[in-house]
Design a protein. Structure first.
Length: 319
């Protein structure tokens, strides 16, 4: 496959003279294209690789010059709030509830306290980033904030971490968990084998395709799926609480704690932990993870300095 069209014109003459450098330039440009697509940097960002001829062992020191031309303001406040809420109220909230109750040994008040502590941590962090969002509006939220507060070197490594580790890992886990839920929904017994992995790969490719080809459609899907998730959750919470109070189940769950023998009868691999509250807080923190991704759309958010702080604080409070 010919990747010559990906190489900046200013580099072609250098690439022809130095074969090894030609390979480096091709590889760098291809990875640059893939990395910027994964991190969501808009197409309007024009990137140019420039070779600086310096003396020393490495005469080919690379730097990226990004020229911000025009970023389309395509998202509104509702989309930003739904992004925060939809990311957090995902798979983690559902499968971490069992982990938290297991860590607390079935002690419901302690489990609820762990959820509250995790929520407070999330709200404080979101408020901190909302202060930065109210002051700075560039290309990629968290990387911009890292550069402003710590420096360019830290922002450089933060950008690499987000694009090479954080985003790929998070999206892969979400696709895998979604595939497992799909298998359970349709009665597929192979929830850890090839069938599940195939479905996970489809979800991963479909999610990327929708976001890459039609960002506006992706925003509408985000709003729709968030509302669809919240309606049954609110109904389950309200109806379950009312029924539990009437038949006495709620009072019994708060007043009694199951013994180790009762727990092992249901969960044979149960092992009591020495610090149940701290263990449960760690699990709840993972369930609340992901809201920070919303900062990456600040350059495409209408009136970002006003709407992004509202979305961060309002979305986390709603959760």
């Amino acid at each position: 496959m010919n990747y010559t069209h990906l190489i900046d014109p200013e580099l072609k003459s250098i690439a022809k003279r130095v074969p090894y450098n030609k390979f480096l330039i091709k590889t760098a440009n291809i990875y640059q294209m893939l990395a910027f697509r994964l991190t969501g940097i808009p197409r309007e960002i024009n990137c140019k690789w420039i070779i600086n001829h310096n003396t020393g062992k490495n005469p080919f020191k690379r730097r990226v010059v990004m020229e911000n031309k025009s970023l389309e303001k395509r998202y509104g406040l509702v989309t930003a709030i739904c992004l925060v809420v939809g990311i957090v109220i995902g798979s983690g909230v559902f499968f971490k509830a069992e982990k938290i109750l297991t860590a607390t040994g079935g002690d419901l008040p302690t489990a609820i306290l762990a959820w509250i502590i995790g929520a407070l941590i999330m709200i404080v962090c979101a408020y901190t980033f909302s202060v930065l969002a109210a002051k700075y509006e560039k290309v990629n939220g968290i990387v911009d904030y890292a550069e402003t507060t710590v420096g360019k070197s830290y922002a450089y490594y933060t950008g690499w971490f987000m694009s090479a580790i954080y985003y790929p890992t998070l999206t892969s886990v979400l696709a895998w968990v979604s595939a497992r839920y799909t298998c359970v929904l349709f009665g597929v017994s192979d929830i850890a084998g090839g069938t599940c992995m195939t479905i996970a790969g489809f979800y991963l490719c479909a999610g990327y395709a929708i976001n890459a080809l039609s960002p506006l459609l992706a925003g509408r899907i985000q709003v729709s799926t968030t509302i669809i998730k919240l309606i049954p959750l609110f109904l389950m919470g309200i109806i379950g609480t009312v029924i539990g109070i009437k038949n006495g189940t709620a009072a019994a769950n708060f007043s009694t704690v199951p013994s180790v023998a009762e727990i092992t009868a249901v969960k044979p691999d149960y092992v009591p932990v020495s610090k149940p509250l701290l263990t449960a807080v760690v699990a709840s923190s993972f369930a609340y993870e992901g809201w920070i991704i919303a900062t990456s759309i600040n350059s495409e958010l209408k009136n970002a300095k006003r709407n992004l702080p509202i979305a961060l604080v309002g979305g986390t409070l709603l959760i």
